[in-house]
Design a protein. Structure first.
Length: 275
């Protein structure tokens, strides 16, 4: 935690205990310092995350978190999904980040509208890196943006779900302690589980699209570190060579597969499962 902010927080806390308005005092005393810090050097994990081209945010009643998320993504094109209750915060966010904002009003529980709007925005920004910030908004709004993001990740691979987290919380003030915030880039289930890749691999295999099937099996092997998917990929390549009348290549693949199939990690039925 920044030493300046640590001292400032203690001073802020003492003044609140003395009877000053916590919200007004935070906006006047703490927020300008925290904002300037994030403008210069936002805290992001993983640290080597490059700037995003676009960011999409659900806005709640704590606009500071959305502002930090925008600064953390370092995007130059910003979309905010807001409600009647949170519309009043838009001008301040735009002023704090120094950017124009694309604004879309949604119902606070209208998840379908969020899916549709998200799809439109992603299609308009195809090929660009997009951060979906789920820090603010109602539970329905943030859950809708997150679930939509993980779904559309299959079709728009440069989409990432992000949120602002705090390492420490002040129970007396009921606020995250200033200076402990960071923007976290969430890993996608598609990247770590491989289930979707296996689904598409099997679908292509059933259509006898063997070359495409092996590509998905390779992706599943890379993501899960499970080498059995490499064996399935080689089987697909053998069939692809056979169907292409490349008999020599098919024969070579088959010999290699016979060797691979003798290995323990392949033949042990207790460890061999396809989702």
């Amino acid at each position: 935690m920044n030493e300046q902010l640590r001292k400032l927080w203690q001073e802020y806390k003492e003044k609140v205990k003395a009877g000053e308005n916590p919200k007004t005092l935070y906006e006047q005393m703490v927020w300008p310092v925290l904002l300037e810090k994030w403008k210069k050097c936002p805290v992001v994990e993983p640290k080597d995350t490059p700037p995003f081209d676009v960011s999409i945010h659900t806005l709640g009643t704590s606009p500071e978190a959305t502002t930090l998320a925008i600064l953390g993504t370092r995007s130059r094109k910003v979309y905010i999904l807001y409600t009647d209750e949170t519309e009043k915060y838009l001008w301040q966010i735009s002023k704090d980040v120094g950017l124009g904002i694309e604004r879309y009003k949604v119902g606070k529980n209208d998840v379908v509208a969020i899916y549709r709007r998200l799809k439109e925005i992603l299609e308009d920004n195809s090929g660009k890196s997009v951060a979906l910030d789920v820090t603010g908004g109602t539970k329905a709004m943030s859950a809708g943006l997150a679930s939509g993001g993980f779904f559309f990740r299959r079709f728009f691979p440069n989409v990432r779900v992000v949120y602002v987290n705090s390492d420490d919380y002040d129970n007396d003030l009921r606020r995250p302690i200033a200076g402990t915030e960071k923007l976290i880039i969430l890993p996608s289930p598609h990247e770590v589980l491989g289930d979707v890749d296996v689904f598409f691999a099997l679908e292509n295999y059933s259509k006898e699209e063997f070359h495409e099937a092996q590509r998905y099996f390779r992706d599943a092997a890379r993501k899960t570190k499970d080498q059995r998917y490499e064996v399935l990929a080689d089987i697909c390549l053998m069939y692809h060579a056979w169907r292409s009348l490349d008999i020599e290549k098919a024969f070579e693949k088959s010999k290699r597969l016979v060797e691979e199939l003798q290995k323990d990690y392949v033949v042990d039925p207790a460890t061999w499962k396809i989702p």
